[in-house]
Ligand binder design. Structure first.
Ligand SMILES: [Zn+2]
Length: 254
């Protein structure tokens, strides 16, 4: 069946690409149909009617033809907002772009995922409202791991299965390793208990209930290192936005 009926949908713009002479490809995370790529004709022309509703970091209610396969078509934007602080700040912009890039890699196209549609909305809203973007990014990274086929054991020791009070993280065992089992993995990450605490918290936290999390500079650095290690060795994706964040990190240190 060919689907040509225009209908309303809620969407968050993930990214846009110039296409042909004056058209644009715009990818949305939609609430009910998952990620969809839309063709917007003559979008780059001056006074293009849809230009204002497909600005980077837009979200809201749109109308269009959602195709099961191939490109969808955008007809109009009805109630469209913009994450303004993110749009206006190169650093927030970089974190938001990375988060959306990760989500684009983790989720299949055209499969509805209400949970991640909401989580993306909350993540961007928190960043837009001034919440620490590094922490929001860490939470998204940890919670996306199962979608990349990596599901670390954060509840108890991955080797003996027991609940203990002191843990390290072991890639070999895919999760926490209790002190009694440290000898099983000489390449364990040698993490301090504060970092372990936040890793466990972030893996379980309900994104919409985040209120106030303050993590010191040192622990944030550790969290960044662990997540980079897990992503490098077990996920293996290569995002330009992540390289940009890494560069920003280096500038901070200089
Ligand atoms: Zn153990």
């Amino acid at each position: 069946m060919v689907n040509t009926k225009s209908r309303q949908f809620r969407g968050i713009l993930l990214y846009r690409l110039k296409y042909r002479e004056s058209d644009m490809l715009v990818k949305f995370m939609t609430a009910t149909a998952g990620k969809k790529m839309f063709l917007v004709r003559r979008a780059t022309k001056t006074h293009a009617p849809l230009a204002s509703v497909i600005l980077p970091f837009s979200y809201g209610t749109y109308e269009g033809v959602l195709k099961t396969n191939g490109l969808s078509y955008l007809d109009s934007g009805n109630q469209v907002h913009n994450f303004e602080q993110i749009s206006n700040d190169i650093i927030l912009n970089a974190y938001a772009t990375y988060i959306m890039g990760l989500l684009d890699q983790a989720l299949p196209d055209s499969v509805a995922d209400q949970h991640w549609f909401k989580n993306l909305y909350y993540a961007l809203t928190f960043i837009n409202n001034g919440f620490d973007p590094e922490i929001i990014t860490n939470i998204v990274e940890i919670q996306l791991l199962p979608l990349f086929g990596v599901a670390p054991e954060w509840h108890h020791c991955a080797a003996c299965g027991l609940d203990k009070s002191v843990y390290d993280y072991s890639e070999k065992y895919g999760g926490l390793l209790c002190a009694a089992d440290f000898a099983l993995d000489s390449h364990r990450m040698h993490l301090d208990q504060r970092t372990i605490y936040y890793l466990r918290q972030f893996s379980a936290i309900d994104m919409k209930k985040i209120t106030h999390i303050q993590v010191n500079r040192e622990t944030k650095k550790k969290l960044r290192q662990v997540l980079d290690k897990i992503y490098d060795s077990s996920v293996g994706i290569n995002l330009k936005s992540k390289h940009f964040l890494d560069q920003m990190d280096r500038w901070k240190l200089d």
